[in-house]
Design a protein around this ligand. Structure first.
Ligand code: OXT
Ligand code: ADP
Ligand code: MG
Length: 600
């Protein structure tokens, strides 16, 4: 009999009576408890990995999870565990699970939950919480906080389970909410009191739910498909934009077939790079600023018209003023029926899952047009090819230079070669200039291999993403990090070493945020708010935990170090010292910075 079940929750949790899966917990074979039911519910639904950080009231849960065969990846900060869970969700279409303690641990994980919701990544943040009665009366419990209320606005859904017999339903609802329709972050609140609650084992087993068809296909309406195909076939300057929703959908073959069958040029958003190889003849990446304003019909596949696409209006789209619309007609394939018209008119919304929508569109093209489908006019394709050739040649010139000190281009030319030679490697990328230059210089060859700062442009995702990418895929991970970006999550190199993951971190070290040559305009002893310690030895951080640390100052040294990291698969941190004057303010998004042009 589980004795602690009748104790007040907080004292039960704090007495931490049990060791992992100890027989004492289940002394009576006919009984089970909340700890066990949470584990059983997750396992029943195919969850095999937990990203988290132990402490009251979930310490024993992490031990028991590990004992029961779940892989528990324990981090140094919950935010990184949360980012790891969210990107695992993106990569696998299964909700990534982040497990945290109450109040501060929960809040540390909350940024990642909100980021997952914003980016449409399926994730469940499971947090232990304090005693409801005490929290609600604000009587000062250990880590007192009304976590459910705080999580709700940042999550797609939020649930709390108070009784052991409801754990099955709670987990099932969380899974369904995370992955069905538009994926997102879900919060699941598990009060301390729940874990030691004992119930009859058979009743417990019967209360669990194996979720059937968690993300049901959503077939688009035939008239919506027809409207889209009609628009597309009459276009003179059509363009397809692939977003990270298209990458998430794992409809790679059909998406490629649609692009190639129609002959329409396409533009991948950053995390859709590699859905088709960036070297594909129809890629218009190198002609971005030409194709957006010039296109007459744009088909968005899993991409929102948000700030990354200038909200579909203004100069980027050929309009005269920032708020004015361009002349384009839009087709938008999206699982969210509310997405259309969020910024400009969507002439042909196609609501459904991308796999179903793209295959229905392909089928409609085959049925109605068959071999008669006309590729876009040569004029349009030639004009794009001309811009591309020019931009690629310009980029080639920059890449061929070997300046001293090294700059973004000469360093990233090496990363470009390494990814070309190792197309299965996963590239994680964050920073400002370190992000923007990597995006345009480093070609991707396979889907879901580029993971970056996404919709929020958030710094600090790098190490969490790297850990998850290595754990989930077993592939080599290469993380290209600005030195500031790395600082948000750098302590997780210990996690990388502890789990012996094949992660090679390359810090493009320019001594600061955007640049390292900023000064204190007041002239005092304090450095500029944008500057860091000059000549910082980040590689020693990796050495401190038994990994390989290398400082490099030339492309040749960088190449050697990266090749060795990939050969050995050892945790490696390469501190690549680059010209501290090479960056621009906020990288390619200087214009979003209201004071950027007026120095203090
Ligand atoms: O067509 P044109 O001629 O225009 O040319 C384009 C392409 O056609 C061409 N191109 C190519 N040419 C040749 N060959 C190829 N293959 C090719 N491909 C493309 O290149 C150009 C550019 O192409 P691109 O990039 O596609 O086009 P464009 O116009 O740039 O696209 C627009 C966008 C908006 C889609 C794009 O710019 C984009 O995706 N941007 C994302 C920007 C972003 O998210 N940035 C991160 C946030 S910045 C800032 O917020 C930072 N902070 C604040 C902070 C944050 N973020 N988070 C938190 C938690 N706290 C604080 C901080 C602290 S960044 C930052 C740290 C920065 O310092 P670091 O040390 O980390 O980094 P460094 O800067 O390196 O020092
Ligand atoms: P990007 O930043 O690459 O432009 P966004 O995050 O803005 O991409 O857009 C992703 C879009 O994809 C979201 O609107 C989301 O609803 C949609 N989406 C995600 N998964 C699917 C899916 N399986 N089927 C259809 N649409 C999806
Ligand atoms: Mg920097």
């Amino acid at each position: 009999m589980q004795q602690v079940a009748t104790q007040p929750a907080s004292s039960a949790a704090r007495s931490a009576p049990d060791v992992a899966g100890g027989a004492a917990t289940h002394a009576a074979a006919q009984e089970t408890d909340g700890f066990q039911l949470v584990i059983d519910a997750l396992k029943l639904n195919g969850i095999d990995t937990i990203f988290g950080l132990p402490g009251i009231p979930i310490t024993d849960l992490t031990r028991k999870m590990q004992k029961e065969g779940l892989r528990v990846i324990s981090f140094r900060h919950e935010q990184n565990a949360g980012y790891a869970a969210s990107i695992a969700g993106f990569m696998t279409q299964k909700p990534g699970i982040c497990l945290t303690v109450s109040a501060p641990g929960f809040l540390n994980g909350l940024t990642a939950l909100a980021n997952a919701t914003t980016n449409c990544f399926p994730m469940i943040l499971i947090s232990g919480s304090s005693e409801r009665e005490v929290v609600d009366l604000q009587q000062g419990d250990y880590e007192e906080m009304d976590q459910l209320a705080i999580a709700r606005p940042h999550a797609k859904a939020a649930f709390r389970v108070l009784h052991a017999e409801d754990i099955g339903v709670g987990v099932a609802r969380a899974i369904r909410a995370a992955v069905s329709g538009r994926p997102g972050g879900v919060y699941l609140d598990l009060p301390a009191k729940l874990f030691p609650q004992a119930i009859d084992a058979e009743a417990g087993r019967n209360s669990l739910i194996k979720v059937v068809d968690a993300a049901p296909r959503q077939i688009p309406a035939p008239d919506a498909v027809k409207r889209a195909v009609d628009l597309l076939k009459n276009a003179k300057r059509p363009l397809i934009i692939l977003g990270k929703g298209a990458a998430y959908a794992q409809a790679d073959a059909d998406i490629r077939a649609l692009v190639e069958k129609t002959g329409i040029p396409y533009l991948p958003m950053s995390m859709a790079k590699g859905l088709l190889p960036d070297t594909h003849a129809q890629s218009a990446s190198a002609a971005r600023s030409y194709v957006l304003p010039a296109a007459d019909v744009v088909m968005l596949i899993g991409a929102r018209l948000n700030w990354l696409l200038s909200q579909g209006k203004g100069k980027t789209w050929g309009a005269a003023t920032p708020k004015a619309w361009g002349a384009q007609k839009f087709i938008q394939i999206d699982i969210s029926p509310q997405e259309a018209d969020s910024n400009v008119r969507i002439d042909a919304p196609v609501v459904g899952d991308i796999g179903s929508c793209v295959s229905e569109i392909l089928a409609a093209i085959d049925t109605t047009e068959g071999a008669d489908w006309q590729k876009p006019p040569a004029e349009w394709l030639d004009a794009i090819a001309e811009r591309k050739t020019k931009n690629i040649a310009k980029m080639g010139e920059s890449l061929a230079k070997d300046p001293s000190p090294m700059n973004y281009h000469s360093a990233l030319n090496v990363v470009r070669d390494i990814i070309k030679a190792n197309p299965d490697a996963i590239l994680v990328n964050e920073g400002a200039n370190a992000l923007d230059h990597t995006r345009s210089i480093v070609d991707m060859y396979k889907p879901r291999k580029r993971l970056d700062v996404g919709t929020w442009g958030v710094m600090g995702v790098g190490m969490g993403f790297s850990v998850a990418a290595a754990v989930v895929s077993g592939e080599q991970v290469i993380a290209v990090e600005g030195d500031s970006a790395f600082g948000f999550c750098g302590m997780e190199v210990e996690t990388i070493c502890r789990y012996d993951l094949p992660v090679c971190v390359v810090i493009l070290n320019n001594n600061g945020v955007y640049r390292g040559d900023e000064v204190n305009f007041a002239g005092g002893h304090d450095p500029s708010p944008l500057g860091f310690v000059k000549g910082a030895r980040y590689e020693k951080l990796m050495e401190a935990f038994g990994g390989v640390g290398v400082m490099v100052a030339t492309p040749a040294e960088l190449r050697r170090a990266m090749e060795e990291a990939i050969r050995s698969r050892k945790p490696t941190l390469i501190n690549a010292v680059i010209d501290e004057k090479a960056g621009t303010e906020s990288g390619r998004i200087t214009s979003l910075n209201p004071t950027a042009k007026k120095k203090p």
